[in-house]
Design a binder for this molecule. Structure first.
Ligand code: HEM
Length: 487
């Protein structure tokens, strides 16, 4: 085998990779040592900004296969035929901690899925929870500030976590979810994924439906108690990464079954819950789960930085037949992600292999040009303006999805109220669904956090939310908090 030659960035051979050049034996370094300068400078630039949320994650490639006919509801090409397969990339994540954080923590998990369809990349950027803490994007930066590291202490502070929630009664449903058993999944393979938001599907006749996505794990749900999680974090802080990587390397390919709940668009206005409120679910008795297909993960990325760290998912990446609903949170997210990618990865992040659309050879086909690190430059004869007389790419004139009706005046309005739309009803329903043991663990987890809060008024406001959800729930949390504070 011929020995490969070590080179500088410009491709010249390196003579010595063990000793830097000095002025005489034992003397100071020489500025002319190109290899040393380049090596140190390049090393300083290895890190890019981490994601402002969901920084810590794991990814894998796979495919989605349609198992059931949904062409009556959407004209999306990748869902057009039973048996059709589409290549995918999925990134799982925790939310609150930084890149070096531990995996087995109490936190929602991201479930960001990219479908490389023949009509462009479709990104479904969801979580392992069907609901979320807030229902208006203007609150998101405040919410995240309160949950991440405090600017003074440099660590997560129960005072801030619970102070935000004291002012956000709409978070009670998601808090009940997070503090319950499913708040710490045993691994990424053993949890469900949800689109969480309501999306819009449009069929070939232009009829619109509102849908919610549910990816049910075929590995079964497995969770860790707070005590088990503490032990796992102490043994392997990267436990979820280890589990996913090793399972796929062994050929034990995890899979999920996709179901959707489908609401004809005309039913949205009179539904008892606001169907576009991200803090609410649609009970399955109202809109049953309908199976769509199977997602399988079967290949680990070759390079974590190139493929996982540089992966860019945007809820704004739709394909024909799928579009946004008027959910305010979703609408806010339509802006936030591509903006984050332009900051974190640069304007040409869609040219990176993991993000590049596979529908058209060579990636996207449009008149966007140049920018830092451009690699898609077109050919000599390509024009960089439109319309043109040179058979460049042209618009289709076919709307991607059905229009959304709007009415009223502009203004900073609260979301429309439907008959059952208080902030506590569904949180109480979730509590009442739990077994006696589950309720006890939920109460203990909430009390463990809330009892660390230093201000009585913040504790009282939070207790009022649990009381409003269910009198037994409130009473038990209050008793547990009181007992812990008296300790
Ligand atoms: C990541 C913003 C709500 C799921 C991110 C990122 C931003 C962001 C800026 C980092 C993106 C990047 O650097 O690549 C927001 C805003 C929200 C919001 C402004 C509310 C208005 C949500 C909700 C969900 C969600 C409701 C789930 C239903 C995710 C996931 C990631 C993420 C899974 C990680 C994506 C990846 O793996 O690269 N979010 N987010 N976010 N967000 Fe959100």
């Amino acid at each position: 085998m011929t020995q490969r030659v070590l080179t500088t960035e410009s491709g010249a051979p390196v003579a010595d990779n063990q000793n830097s050049a000095t002025a005489g034996v034992g003397g100071p370094l020489l500025l002319q040592d190109q290899h040393l300068l380049e090596k140190l400078a390049r090393f300083n630039r290895e890190r890019i900004p981490e994601r402002v949320v969901h920084a810590r994650g794991s990814g894998a490639y796979g495919y989605f296969e349609v198992t059931d006919d949904v062409t009556g509801f959407t004209r999306a090409g990748f869902l057009s035929e039973v048996g059709k397969r589409t290549q995918t990339f999925l990134r799982f994540s925790t939310v609150a901690d930084s890149l070096g954080g531990a995996d087995a923590v109490r936190d929602p998990r991201g479930f960001a899925l990219k479908f490389y369809t023949e009509e462009g990349n479709y990104d479904l950027v969801g979580n392992n929870t069907p609901v979320f803490f807030i229902k208006d994007p203007v609150k998101f930066p405040d919410f995240i500030h309160s949950q991440k590291r405090d600017p003074f202490t440099g660590k997560q502070e129960p005072d801030s976590v619970w102070d935000f929630w004291a002012h956000a009664p709409e978070a009670t449903h998601q808090i009940t979810w997070l503090m319950g058993d499913r708040g710490i999944p045993a691994s990424y393979r053993h949890m469900n994924g949800y689109g969480s938001h309501t999306y819009q599907w449009t069929n070939a006749s232009g009829e619109a439906f509102f849908v919610k996505y549910h990816f049910k794990t075929n590995q079964g749900i497995r969770c860790l108690s707070s005590e088990q999680a503490a032990e796992v974090v102490g043994t392997d802080a990267n436990s979820h990464q280890t589990d996913l990587l090793q399972a796929i390397e062994r050929g034990v390919n995890p899979s999920w079954t996709l179901y959707v709940q489908i609401m004809p668009a005309a039913e949205a206005a009179d539904y008892r819950f606001n169907p576009f409120d991200l803090t609410k679910v649609w009970p399955h008795s109202d809109y049953p789960l309908q199976r769509v297909g199977r997602l399988v993960l079967d290949r680990n990325p070759d390079n974590v930085f190139a493929e996982v760290e540089q992966a860019a998912f945007s809820p704004n990446n739709f394909v024909p037949g799928i579009g946004p609903s008027p959910d305010k949170m979703l609408q806010g997210r339509l802006f936030a992600y591509a903006d984050a990618h332009r900051y974190r990865l640069g304007v040409n992040h869609t040219q990176l292999p993991v993000n590049s659309p596979k529908a058209v050879p060579g990636g996207a086909d449009n008149y966007g040009r140049d920018g830092f690190m451009a690699t898609r430059n077109g050919s000599r004869t390509d024009k960089n303006y439109e319309p043109n007389s040179y058979s460049g790419p042209a618009q289709t004139d076919a709307a991607l999805s059905a229009p959304l009706a709007v009415h009223g005046h502009t203004g900073t309005h609260a979301a429309p109220q439907h008959t059952k739309d208080d902030d506590f009803y569904q949180a109480g329903e979730l509590y009442r669904l739990m077994s006696a043991d589950e309720k006890s663990r939920l109460v203990a987890n909430i009390a463990g956090g809330l009892s660390q809060v230093s201000r009585d008024d913040v504790i009282e406001k939070n207790l009022a939310h649990f009381h409003a959800a269910d009198p037994d729930y409130g009473k038990r949390v209050e008793e547990a908090v009181t007992a812990l504070r008296e300790d």
